[in-house]
Ligand binder design. Structure first.
Ligand SMILES: [Zn+2]
Ligand SMILES: [Zn+2]
Length: 140
């Protein structure tokens, strides 16, 4: 049985899908993500990009992440929903915002990264792995 994961933006103009399950799911407290997630950590599912497809108009904001890598962060041009990002140093992976998935309950974060950047009131799950900064690279 194949896994098919689908999602899209708030207004419905952008839809995306991936033909396999994510290789990881985690929450990121880096300062950049706090802008994207309105003050909170972003929650991300990381997919291999081979079967990832998106339709609809996205704009990319290209910027350097705290890790030093160049990130291309895609959002809907109509409603602004942050959707997914790609790192130029890891073209085989796509980082999808879990809030944009049709079934966000499916991918619980397995850990938190960049926790040193979280505000004092930032919510962490101490029972999960927490990494103060950039974690070890995922296999692509
Ligand atoms: Zn939209
Ligand atoms: Zn982040």
């Amino acid at each position: 049985m194949t896994t098919r994961v689908t999602g899209g933006c708030l207004c419905g103009a952008v839809r995306f899908e991936c033909g396999e399950a994510p290789i990881a799911a985690r929450a990121c407290w880096c300062r950049d993500c706090q802008y994207l997630a309105a003050g909170n950590a972003t929650v991300n599912a990381i997919f291999r990009s081979a079967t990832f497809r998106a339709t609809g108009e996205v704009q990319e904001y290209v910027g350097r992440a705290d890790s030093g890598t160049v990130m291309r962060r895609a959002f809907c041009t109509a409603c602004g929903t942050p959707l997914f990002s790609r790192s130029e140093s890891r073209p085989g992976l796509v980082v999808v915002r879990v809030g944009a998935l049709d079934e966000p309950a499916r991918y619980r974060p397995e850990g938190f990264i960049w926790t040193a950047s979280a505000p004092p009131w930032g919510l962490l799950d101490e029972t999960l792995p927490n990494c103060a900064g950039q974690p070890a690279p995922l296999p692509s």
